[in-house]
Ligand binder design. Sequence first.
Ligand SMILES: [Fe+2]
Ligand SMILES: [Fe+2]
Length: 404
Amino acid sequence: MLLDGSFRRTLLARLLLSVGPSTAAALLVAAPGCGGEPEAAADIRCFEWFEELGACLDRDQALDELRTIYPKCEDYIESVESDATQREGVCCYEVTSRRNSDYCGVPGRPFMLEGHRHTAAPRAAEAGWLARGTASGSGGRQPSLADLTDEERETLADGWLRSALEEHASVASFARFSLDLMAHGAPSSLVEAAHIAALDEVGHARLGFSLASAYRGAPLGPAAFPMPPGLPVAADLVALARAVAEEGCVGETVAALVAAEQRARAEDPAVRAALEVIAEDEARHAELAWLTVAWAIGAGGEPVRRAVAEVFEAAAQSLRRPPLAEAEAPRGRPAALAAHGHLTGADLHALSSAAVAQVVLPCAHSLALWKPVVAAVTRFGYGPTSTSSVLSALECASAPKTPI
Ligand SMILES: [Fe+2]
Ligand SMILES: [Fe+2]
């Protein structure tokens, strides 16, 4: 699957030019490897709970509840691995999911802690995160609901709610990133950009919650974010750079490209306007991530470069994962849903893989942070078309100052 060509080429050029050939020349080539099977991903999931209801649900009940909350990702949570942790109105559980379902939410910068993704639980009748501008909180633009069935509205409400919760988590992620930068002596330009990016994510969350609310016909928002007490900053530059490479260079580059593709397929004006903003902002966030990695390598040297190289090697290996099997038939007409920005889990998986292959890895290659092995690429299972697109992108990316 190929991504929106114009946006992809422009983003690739921006990322390469933002770091520059002089930085690339200072870096060393990482030794690649390839292998490994799809892994189970650890995750923390929460839902809203009131003390008056007594203790949190047991594991079996919690699994049902979590799958109800995230119906679009019916097969996402495989099992609940821990008893509940109850705090500040939510019950949280450690769960196991399959890595090849990572794309059931819109990609973006996650809030990670000890290998777990954190998002807030959704909360009904929460109007504090709706976009400003009108009494309905739509920010001046409402999607057209006229041609949608009730089932399609519910599908779209679920999808945009899931996306909004991920954007909401990105606010917390950038807040922590700002502290990490401060703690390790980053230049003011990076600290400034991190704060601006956090505000961008507030806007993305508002747009998402507003669209979800419009499709649901009632306000939707986040419960309190499950922030752990004593949140640590990155222990050193290696940890900082590894996190930025994973969450920014991979996560936000993919997010920008997927949002651009969603926008290209969407027809509803309110949805297109929201995705226009998100795609452009995520592209800047991706640039910030690549710039941060370049700074961290310059400041921390070989150990940092090695840690970053491992991230891109893992991204290359992720291309070997099989496409996501849909857990359920689309709840609605695919064309009607796509017109409102909905992508299936399989679409997201394919687009995310294409984004990694066509932009992330070429950038990493051009910056001498990842060296492709053609034999490994051909084993990814995406056929000769994808393989050739990977190789042509690599060739294209090898001249960073040449307009693409
Ligand atoms: Fe975002
Ligand atoms: Fe972002």
